[in-house]
Design a protein around this ligand. Structure first.
Ligand SMILES: [Zn+2]
Length: 227
């Protein structure tokens, strides 16, 4: 039984009974988990109900790009195959032909057109937001503000290149890894509340993201990118 205590949930910020949550889904590993797994305190509603999200997230990562990573190969032959048998709709969805979709943040900012596999974007993004929220808490010892905004910059294309270049230039040097190259991340932060993130899964699937702790930061970020 997980140890419970009163505290602040690292993921949604409410005060509640919290337990330790593996915010990087454990199902990303096929066999034994790495020795060092980061956890954050999370309330029951953030802790529960994300298993399907995590499963979908893992399946999608494993299907993207190559199967070179040994963990990916094992997952593909094992739990991912079983998962698609259990949820045939997911496979159908994933195998629709590649399309170009505009990527727009929740507040309506257009980030560019992305050639993507059709994704259940909300579901997929929930897993990414949870990971970024957990990492933010590790660094800052406080939850990401509820009125802040996290944006995911999916793939490199002409429209997103300036933003991705700017994030790359600003990242602090160390790369943190969660073992076996399954998950690696880098970040940077500014004094005025902008965090930038690079998340790499299986050394092949990379997402860039930014966190704006205050809504007006978007203007500052745009200026920094355009400079
Ligand atoms: Zn919570």
């Amino acid at each position: 039984m997980a140890r419970r205590r009163k505290g602040v949930c690292a993921l949604c910020g409410i005060e509640a009974e919290v337990t330790r949550e593996h915010f990087v889904p454990q199902c990303l590993w096929s066999g034994a988990l790495p020795n060092r797994m980061e956890t954050v305190p999370a309330c029951d509603s953030c802790n529960a109900g994300t298993n399907l999200d995590d499963e979908y997230f893992r399946n999608t990562l494993v299907l993207m790009f190559d199967q070179d990573h040994p963990q990916k190969r094992e997952l593909f032959a094992g739990s991912v195959k079983r998962s698609f048998q259990k949820h045939p709709g997911w496979m159908e969805y994933a195998l629709k032909k590649v399309e170009v979709h505009p990527l727009v943040t929740p507040s309506g900012i257009w980030l560019g057109n992305f050639p993507t596999m059709p994704l259940d974007g909300d579901r997929f993004h929930r897993s990414l937001f949870k990971i970024i929220g957990g990492l933010f808490y590790l660094i800052r010892k406080q939850p990401f503000p509820n009125d802040g905004q996290i944006g995911i910059v999916g793939q490199l294309c002409a429209e997103t290149k300036p933003l991705i270049d700017s994030i790359e230039e600003n990242l602090f040097p160390p790369t943190f890894t969660f073992g076996d190259d399954v998950f690696e991340w880098r970040f940077s932060q500014t004094r005025d509340g902008i965090t930038m993130w690079k998340l790499a899964f299986y050394r092949s699937v990379v997402f860039y993201a930014y966190g704006l702790e205050y809504a007006e930061d978007w203007e500052a970020l745009k200026t920094a990118v355009e400079a």
